[in-house]
Ligand binder design. Structure first.
Ligand code: NAP
Length: 265
């Protein structure tokens, strides 16, 4: 029997790449996006802003009506923010968590009744290497992804006994709309002390080598969806594993010094 996957944030980047791969592999795909006209092709496109509860309920009931059940949920929708915490507007702080964290919780809660009933399911949360290590001027983003990691890890205890597995896909840097259209820049807000290091870091980001092979992340999501194991974390991207290993081997001060020396903040 064909399996069914719901992917949030499917209009671009990893979400779009995952839609393509699962479609090629013969899955029923429910592609959730804020602006449904952004995708054409043989998938069920549903309007889904993860911060809007009515969208979530409607998207899931449309998916279940079309395909009977949802076997895999990929919480992929997300965006980044860049700037000094002191300069962060309250609405940006809250919106970062509304999308990257509370949105994941709401969509997850909405698929759980079906997954509990069927006694199976996989929930894949697209985190980041930034869910395990931090870079400068990205406090809100890291906070949202660290929260996502902790929530996902703990959720295993209550959902594994019900046949539902949890997964974290942790990409390194990839060239998507993430660093452009999807990035909320609030900068240094003209506050003394932040501007020069912020400019140095932001300038570095412009030159950061980003992989264009989004298929690697789609493959990691596919593996997480299908490997049938209890493996939790799937780091992906050539700098992901060495960076995470370095973090393991160093104490907090040594790792901070490494990042300072590499970013010049
Ligand atoms: P992207 O191309 O900008 O895609 C982000 C997607 O999230 C878009 O489809 C966007 O929809 C959607 N989105 C934003 N706010 C939303 C909301 N309120 N409701 C529903 N969808 C919303 O960037 P991406 O790199 O593929 O990002 C996907 C995920 O990967 C994110 O969770 C991001 O944190 C994570 N990630 C990215 C990188 C990277 O280097 N690219 C690295 C690690 C982790 P619209 O088209 O409507 O804006």
């Amino acid at each position: 029997m064909k399996k069914t996957i719901l992917i949030t944030g499917a209009s671009s980047g990893f979400g779009r790449a995952a839609v393509k791969l699962f479609q090629q592999q013969g899955w029923n795909v429910i592609a959730g996006m804020r602006t449904p006209e952004k995708m054409t092709g043989d998938v069920l496109v549903v309007k889904l802003d993860v911060t809007r509860k009515p969208d979530i309920a409607q998207a899931i009931s449309e998916g279940i009506r079309a395909f009977g059940q949802i076997d895999v949920l990929v919480n992929n929708a997300g965006f980044g923010t860049l700037g000094a915490l002191e300069a962060a507007p309250e609405e940006v702080i809250r919106h970062q968590f509304e999308v990257n964290f509370f949105g994941v919780i709401e969509v997850t809660k909405a698929v759980l009744p079906g997954m509990r009933k069927q006694g199976s399911g996989v929930i894949i949360n697209v985190s980041s290497i930034g869910g395990r290590v931090t870079f400068p001027f990205s406090t809100l983003y890291h906070a949202s992804k660290f929260a996502l990691e902790g929530m996902t890890e703990s959720l295993q205890y209550e959902l594994n006994p019900l046949g539902i597995r949890l997964k974290l896909v942790e990409p390194a840097g990839y060239k998507t709309d993430f660093a452009g259209r999807s990035m909320g820049f609030y900068g240094a807000g003209g506050l003394e002390g932040y501007q020069a290091p912020y400019d140095r870091f932001a300038g570095l980001l412009d030159k950061w080598p980003m992989s264009e092979d989004l298929g690697e992340v789609a493959e990691a999501i596919y593996q997480a969806a299908t490997d049938g194991t209890e493996k939790l974390r799937y780091p992906v991207g050539h700098e992901a594993v060495p960076l995470l290993e370095a973090r393991h081997q160093m104490d907090d001060v040594a790792f901070k010094q490494l990042i300072v020396s590499q970013t010049g903040v």
